[in-house]
Design a protein around this ligand. Structure first.
Ligand code: MG
Ligand code: MG
Length: 257
């Protein structure tokens, strides 16, 4: 069952999202060759707790960290590690904050130092596809319109759209109905009604759409080991216009692409 949110609830999700946005900004300020993603995890954890929030992912189905950190061929749900980021890597940082009873969820994929043009294009176009998806997440449209628009745009470059993982509703729980696939047919799926809050999160692979799960039981990587990008916002569908509740503005002070 879809839980539609009222204005007060959406305002609380925005408060949660503001802490999340600043945590992302803090991470963005530190991304460079030589830093370990465990350091980033600690930074984000401490900032969220100091701000009165709780990291949404830590303890979720036993996930042990604040951040999902997915480097290069890892798509999502990777663990932070003590391995240093290297020039030319890309790293998806996914984070959620629970605050005053509500979750927010957003992700950004960073280039570490200089990356190849091919990989930079993957990042730019995956990020663009997030905003294209949001453009189609309008009152009275359907869930399939979102996925169709993301799929059409990213497949036009020959990229693979991950099927096994999808966006989701969220609010009092981190994952609620409905599922929000990054593929599909326009005009299909649940109608987008006033007060629907969803995380839209394209996961786009340079090569095959196929993914496998690593033996740690969490990390999802591309089957062909080519890189994958992931960008995510939490948005509210309102009759008055769709609002992006999470923000990348603090990230964009450091990474403006
Ligand atoms: Mg996320
Ligand atoms: Mg999500």
């Amino acid at each position: 069952m879809i839980q539609y949110k009222n204005n007060e609830e959406i305002a609380l999700i925005k408060e949660s999202a503001d802490i999340l946005g600043k945590a992302h900004g803090l991470i963005a300020s530190r991304i460079r060759p030589g830093i370990t993603t465990l350091e980033l995890d600690q930074l984000a954890h401490d900032f969220i707790v100091k701000s009165g929030g709780r990291p949404s992912f830590k303890g979720y189905n036993g996930f042990p960290y604040t951040l999902c950190v997915s480097v290069n061929e890892n798509v999502v749900h990777g663990f932070p590690s003590d391995e240093k980021l290297k020039e030319g890597d890309i790293v998806s940082i996914d984070c959620g904050v629970y605050y005053k009873g509500f979750h927010s969820d957003s992700a950004f994929t960073y280039p570490v130092g200089e990356v190849s043009e091919e990989i930079m294009n993957l990042l730019k176009r995956t990020k663009e596809s997030l905003y294209i998806g949001i453009e189609h997440a309008k009152f009275n449209r359907r869930i399939g319109d979102i996925g169709h628009s993301i799929q059409k745009y990213t497949e036009s470059f020959g990229y693979g759209v991950v099927r096994e993982l999808v966006g989701h509703g969220l609010g009092r729980s981190l994952h609620e109905s409905p599922e929000v696939p990054n593929y599909g047919r326009s005009g299909k799926g649940p109608k987008l009604k006033n007060g629907l809050v969803i995380a839209i999160e394209p996961m786009i692979n340079l090569g095959t759409p196929d993914v496998i799960q690593e033996d740690d039981g969490w990390t999802i990587r591309t089957e062909d080991r080519k890189p994958s990008a992931h960008f995510e916002h939490t948005v509210a569908v309102l009759e008055s216009g769709t609002e992006i509740l999470t923000t990348h503005k603090y990230i964009e002070e450091y990474f403006d692409f």
